[in-house]
Design a protein around this ligand. Structure first.
Ligand SMILES: [Zn+2]
Length: 654
């Protein structure tokens, strides 16, 4: 394992806390040490309080911060003596512990201290580094794990049997540390959990961490349990339909729409195609804290009913005699010979986290198998963690979920103008959004888990079909379709328009939308909350003018298609509505050239032309986008086949 400590970098960090920030970020940079919250660090410093009295303060990682990006405000300052006194108590309930941690901070604005704060406090070293290092966990999760750890670390590490994090673990560690510590002690190994190292300086503690994890890695190498064979990847058939059905079933079980992410990672795909998954992938997570992300077990195959029944059994068995309420029984991880390696989450980000965690889990399992057999904790230990209020609290942060959480929208022409505004409006409402555009900038227009940009020429049927497949592979379905892409060529009269120009407009403004509708129908039909389509029509449909015949005719035909679709698809619980915007001048089709030509056509100045409506207002693409997003939402839940003008009021339309 690479030691990332750099003396010249470290010099930029002056105070004890700044150095704590530096080496915490170094730990966080290595995902085989720290993955989505699985680790924490601390430093003990002397500080004068407001009365001028010196106090020893423990700065410990606050919840809600990841080590990779932690800064000084991410550490919660807690009075050390109080924490050490707490460790002497016989017992302390979780709510009491959280209360004591929060009420003994010296900064009311700091985040809630880590649940492992008391453990950090009891270790008598200035710096303490803790991670759930893959290599250490791999070794402890085998039948002779404890023996192997003894072999590797000898008298340099104190070994703690598994016990759930929180007060009891802190108390046990404090006791065993006091009993077993020698001047050789440099680490604590927590079986099925992780490793603590410590030191007088940030560098010493960090370097010991790397050294001790490297010893575990070296051991795995010596035992021929390090290099993983990827194995052959089997070719599989198009999985699109199966994924749609699966998402529908999982969402129904969960009680909310979910995102399904099919992994592209070859190692993950190879793992999902192994024939011994029943044995190696049905034991439990590598460390118990993963359970809140992945559940205890991945689902093998696609039988959601069976998975749910098994989960209920697990809940009933482990909750007997308690008043616990069952969480949703839906799987978060799926391994299937044909479909591959699929991570499931409430949001795209959640699914990404599951994918990361389970990818590491597969490596831990395979190496532990090579070492003699993977052995996870018993299901009651996993259950205790899954239903631990302090873990569940981590998932509940952030208040109410936005309206379209777990849903997927595709916007054509999404790189600019109304399309881009629709992408933003739908993201703001919590949807995962796919923007499709001929402009290559669409791919990196945004960089976030719930966005996918696809370069696509909608005049190509194959590219349209591919864009839908990619959407389903990345997010698992398609719930909302915003058909916005369109051409608005220079005005030409019927007597003058070329057949070629006419066909080009029809191809993009009409044919492409028919293909999108047809190809997306199955996905929309299986949308957990019902499918929605919003067509971008035009004021010209209701109030045409001379010229622009191809454009007007294409939008009129599109409007008619929406009406037919509303009739045909009502039984499938798919709503189709049409917006008729008048000219929206912050869009790509309104080039200087077009604007001047249209203004001239009406005998107006460009400024007057922009506000030529009853309300004398200029329309913005966000006005249309907000309405398009609203039409996908609850407000319009009982509306289909409707046409709504967004035109500032037009006397011919009224
Ligand atoms: Zn831990």
């Amino acid at each position: 394992m690479q030691n990332l400590w750099n003396d010249s970098q470290a010099k930029k960090y002056k105070t004890d806390l700044e150095l704590r920030v530096y080496s915490s970020q170094l730990l966080g940079q290595n995902p085989s040490l720290v993955l989505h919250g699985g680790g924490n660090t601390s430093v003990k410093v002397m500080e004068k309080n407001i009365l001028g009295v010196e106090e020893e303060i423990l700065y410990v990682k606050g919840s809600g911060w990841d080590l990779i990006s932690i800064e000084a405000p991410g550490f919660a300052p807690v009075r050390l003596k109080h924490l050490c006194d707490l460790a002497e108590l016989e017992q302390l309930s979780d709510p009491q512990m959280v209360n004591e941690l929060k009420t003994n901070m010296t900064n009311a604005a700091a985040p809630t201290p880590s649940v492992e704060a008391i453990l950090h406090a009891t270790l008598p070293f200035k710096y303490v580094d803790h991670s759930h290092a893959d290599a250490v966990v791999t070794i402890t999760n085998t039948k002779e794990g404890k023996q192997r750890i003894k072999e590797i670390y000898g008298d340099k590490a104190i070994i703690i049997d598994y016990i759930m994090p929180g007060f009891d673990l802190a108390r046990l560690c404090a006791k065993q540390f006091a009993e077993q510590v020698t001047d050789k002690t440099e680490a604590l190994i927590l079986l099925n959990h992780g490793i603590f190292t410590f030191g007088a300086t940030a560098k010493e503690s960090y370097q010991r961490h790397i050294q001790y994890v490297s010893m575990a890695e070296d051991y795995l190498k010596q035992q021929n349990a390090w290099d993983l064979e990827q194995g052959e990847i089997k070719e599989t058939d198009d999985a699109t339909e199966s994924i749609l059905k699966l998402r529908n079933n999982v969402s129904a079980t969960a009680g909310f729409p979910v995102i399904l992410k099919t992994s592209n990672n070859k190692k993950c795909i190879a793992f999902s195609q192994r024939d011994d998954l029943e044995k190696i992938a049905q034991q439990g997570p590598a460390t118990p804290d993963h359970v809140i992300r992945t559940k205890q077990l991945p689902m093998l195959g696609t039988d959601v009913k069976q998975y749910t029944a098994n989960y209920k059994k697990y809940f009933n068995k482990n909750s007997a005699g308690s008043d616990k309420v069952m969480l949703d029984a839906a799987p978060r991880m799926l391994l299937d010979n044909e479909l591959g390696f699929i991570a499931i989450g409430k949001t795209a980000k959640d699914a990404d986290i599951v994918e990361d965690i389970y990818q590491h889990t597969t490596e831990i399992i395979l190496r532990a198998e090579a070492l003699g057999g993977y052995k996870a904790l018993a299901d009651n230990d996993i259950f205790d963690m899954e239903y631990w209020v302090l873990e569940q609290a981590k998932l509940k942060k952030g208040g109410n979920a936005p309206e379209f959480t777990g849903e997927i929208a595709l916007v054509t022409g999404g790189a600019s103008g109304i399309g881009k505004a629709c992408v933003e409006a739908l993201l703001a409402k919590g949807a995962a959004v796919v923007a499709v555009d001929i402009n290559p900038n669409v791919t990196d227009m945004l960089s976030q888990a719930n966005y996918l940009g696809i370069v696509c020429d909608v005049s190509s049927e194959a590219e349209i079909i591919n864009s839908i497949k990619q959407t389903i592979k990345r997010f698992g379905g398609l719930d909302m379709l915003i058909l916005n892409a369109g051409l608005f060529p220079l005005s030409s009269k019927i007597a003058e328009i070329s057949t070629q120009d006419w066909r080009k407009v029809m191809q993009v403004n009409l044919d492409a939308n028919l293909i999108y509708m047809r190809e997306a129908h199955s996905a929309l039909k299986q949308a957990p909350n019902g499918g929605r389509v919003v067509m971008l029509g035009s004021k010209n449909v209701l109030a045409p003018g001379p010229g622009a015949v191809a454009y007007s005719a294409s939008k009129a035909a599109l409007t008619q298609m929406a009406r037919i679709a509303a009739l045909e698809w009502g039984a499938d619980n798919i709503r189709i509505n049409t917006l008729h915007p008048d000219a929206i001048f912050d869009t790509a089709i309104w080039t200087e050239e077009v604007l001047n030509a249209r203004a001239k056509h009406y005998g107006m100045s460009v400024e007057d032309y922009k506000c030529k409506n009853i309300l004398k207002t200029e329309l913005k693409s966000s006005d249309v986008a907000d309405l398009a997003a609203a039409m996908c939402g609850k407000l319009f839940a009982k509306t289909t086949g409707a046409q709504l003008p967004v035109d500032g009021g037009n006397d011919r339309v009224i």
